[in-house]
Design a binder for this molecule. Structure first.
Ligand code: FMN
Length: 213
């Protein structure tokens, strides 16, 4: 079946892409307003786009043309932390997606503790095994109703038990039990079903190496 994106309205075109570009990692964004009130919300239009400089991007919608609280905070302070969502934190993450009014601390509602960040003025989620401390670089307007937040990662916190070799930055990501976002409404996936498939030279491919089960 062919879907012509030029004829689809925003809701349908969003549904089509968000149901097909799966799984998506979830950036659990902790930001604060100019007065220091902390806010948390999940964003799955997220990935990293380069290692050096370390750049991440997040797509944020603007319902009825208005910034979500995370975006308003990022505009105000230029700083935020991205926390990884593990299986055990899934329900708490979902609580932080409830559209509470601005000024409500979703972290308290979700029963989450925070810790101060090291390089930015902000907080991160204490129970999350991974947090990226980010500084805003650019906000790209995608008319008419969303933006792409481009930010540089200034520090990464990883639970000690997930680090295999700190000097070489070898991380055991199987220990994270990360979840990913699937199609609406409300589908997620676990990352516990894994297989390895090494990159191959032409010779290795000709020898039939690297096949997975
Ligand atoms: C798993 C998940 C992923 C989400 N991803 C996005 C996203 O990428 N962009 C977006 O605008 N909203 C996304 N949302 C919706 C926001 O989390 C929701 O609008 C939230 O209330 C925004 O909170 P804030 O106003 O405190 O920033 C997502 C929700 C969930 C549950």
């Amino acid at each position: 079946m062919l879907f012509d994106m030029e004829t689809l309205d925003l809701a349908r075109s969003y549904k089509l892409l968000s149901s097909t570009i799966v799984p998506r990692p979830i950036a659990w964004v902790v930001s604060q307003d100019a007065g220091g009130i902390v806010n948390a919300a999940p964003y799955s239009l997220f990935n990293f786009f380069g290692g050096h400089p370390p750049i991440i991007c997040i797509g944020m919608g603007q319902p009825k043309g208005r910034d979500k609280d995370s975006l308003a905070n990022i505009r105000a302070t230029g700083e935020f932390a991205i926390n990884m969502v593990t299986d055990s934190l899934a329900h708490a993450m979902n609580t932080t997606a409830v559209p509470f009014p601005a000024g409500v601390n979703e972290l308290e509602k979700a029963g989450l503790e925070t810790l101060p960040c090291a390089r930015i003025n902000g907080r991160r989620i204490a129970n999350s095994p991974l947090a990226l401390e980010c500084r805003l670089q650019q906000i790209i307007d995608v008319q008419p109703s969303s933006v792409i937040v481009v930010a540089a990662v200034h520090a990464v916190h990883i639970d000690d038990e997930c680090v295999k070799d700190a000097a070489r930055c070898h991380i055991d990501s199987s220990r994270f039990s990360t979840i990913g976002r699937m199609e609406s409404p409300g589908w997620y996936t676990r990352t516990t079903d894994r297989f390895v498939m090494p990159q191959m030279s032409v010779e290795q491919w000709e020898e039939g190496l690297g096949k997975h089960d």
